[in-house]
Design a protein around this ligand. Structure first.
Ligand code: FES
Length: 102
């Protein structure tokens, strides 16, 4: 388990997303009402980068075919077929810097 810097908390405002590649994993970090969550950044349908999608509350919509994911759990919430979870990661904020554990 490695702790990786995502960026400054002040640069990822509420409703915004950031992404980082670490340990061979693509991770997305979302600020939902001032609380940070991290999930996988690759859609399990056809591989879109989810940080290019839209975030509405905790619901993340894939930019390619519209699958919806709960960014707080990494679980799919809507799609015509069942997709595997994108996964979730532990996030922390220390001295204004956002870290994710991958
Ligand atoms: S790649 Fe995300 S819904 Fe198709």
């Amino acid at each position: 388990m490695a702790k990786v810097v995502v960026g400054k908390a002040s640069e990822i405002g509420p409703g915004q997303m950031a992404h980082v590649t670490a340990g061979g994993k693509e991770v997305l970090v979302a600020n939902i009402g001032g609380v940070f969550y991290a999930a996988g950044n690759t859609c399990n349908h056809a591989g879109a980068e989810l940080h290019e999608g839209t975030l509405n509350g905790k619901e993340l919509t894939c930019p390619w075919h519209g699958a919806k994911w709960d960014v707080t759990t990494g679980e799919m919430t809507w799609f015509p077929q069942k997709l595997k979870p994108i996964g979730s990661y532990k996030v922390s904020v220390e001295n204004g810097t956002v870290y994710v554990e991958v």
